[in-house]
Ligand binder design. Structure first.
Ligand code: CUA
Length: 325
């Protein structure tokens, strides 16, 4: 029994850190939420321990009659006044935090970079809108943002309700078809974090994740500038097989005739750590498998199987995609 308790306790503690932990904050909003969580957990723990303590006391000790006046006071203070005061203080603190977590209150602080993220079954469409109003830079399934600069997210959906959440950076926000929800986040610690879809959206809901990379501002701007241009690998020979098999009808690869907007933008696919919205690492074998059997890897995805193509063609498409740095 003791070992079970210890094991459960260690299991709980392991979720207090890592790339997808709200209790290991790397952003201003997440820090405030984590602080609120610990405050509520400690206050709740205190109430729980007091009640259990009283229960143990009542069951272990002989019953002795107490004065009715003392009993009434005990019920008033222990049963009504103290719990109400504690709950009122916690509510007051939570309400006090709320304005700062609202996007519009912080809109003036944003440095102008807006990242539009659209939830799709079952991946993330990403567009970086530069501060100067220039052409948006398109990407998918990975979000990069500068540390120490407030970024405004414009959250949309084209099909069903999804929910955008980077636990290490802040709270979640629904992506609702037909409207734009705004979320403002300030990353404070460079690192790579994981974001899951937090609203059940269909068969592959659990396979809909993305990577959020918080970078030093100079490195971020350099990274974004590279993404504004086609990948040098786009002109290599595998391109013709990709275009000949109609892949460009659904996917866009900057610098080629592939202009499709149905599936994820693949212009710099190889620079992302995963494919299929966080399902597999970006290596040759995974890319080949995904082209041949997307439904086995990602049930419910709109991409048809391409296992009718010769193995050689699949391999060449995969190696060309791998070259799109
Ligand atoms: Cu998208 Cu769940």
């Amino acid at each position: 029994m003791r070992w079970l308790a210890l094991w459960l306790c260690l299991g709980t503690c392991s979720s207090c850190s890592g790339a997808q932990s709200a209790l290991d904050p790397a952003g201003e909003e997440a820090r405030q939420i984590a602080y609120l969580f610990w405050l509520m957990a400690i206050a709740g723990g205190f109430i729980w321990l007091t009640v259990i303590g009283l229960l143990v006391h009542a069951t272990r000790h002989e019953r002795t009659p107490i004065d009715e006046r003392i009993a009434s006071r005990l019920i008033f203070w222990g049963g009504a006044a103290i719990p109400s005061l504690l709950l009122f203080l916690l509510l007051g603190y939570a309400l006090w935090l709320m304005p700062g977590l609202r996007p519009f209150a912080r809109a003036g602080e944003a440095n102008g970079l807006r990242i539009e993220v659209t939830g799709e079954q079952f991946w993330w469409r990403v567009a970086y809108h530069p501060a100067d109003g220039g052409v948006p830079i398109l990407s998918a399934n990975e979000i990069r943002l500068p540390v120490g600069e407030r970024v405004e997210f414009l959250l949309k959906s084209t099909d069903v309700i999804h929910s955008f959440w980077i636990p290490a950076l802040g709270g979640k926000m629904d992506m609702i078809p037909g409207r734009v929800n705004r979320l403002s986040l300030l990353a404070t610690k460079p690192g790579t974090y994981r974001g899951p879809c937090a609203e059940y959206c269909g068969t592959s809901h659990a396979l809909m994740t993305f990577t959020a990379v918080a970078m030093q501002p100079a490195a971020f701007r350099e990274w974004l500038a590279v993404r504004a241009n086609p990948s040098p690998g786009a002109s290599l020979p595998g391109r013709d097989i990709f275009l000949r098999n109609g892949c460009g009808a659904c996917h866009r690869v900057a610098g080629t005739q592939a202009e499709g907007g149905v599936g994820p933008d693949l212009s710099h696919m190889s620079s992302r750590g995963t494919i299929g919205a966080g399902v597999l690492p970006t290596d040759d074998e995974a890319v080949r498998s995904f082209i041949a059997h997307p439904h086995l890897i990602k049930p419910g995805s709109k991409m048809p199987d391409f296992n009718m193509l010769p193995q050689q063609d699949i391999a060449e498409i995969a190696s060309w995609l791998k070259g799109l740095e």
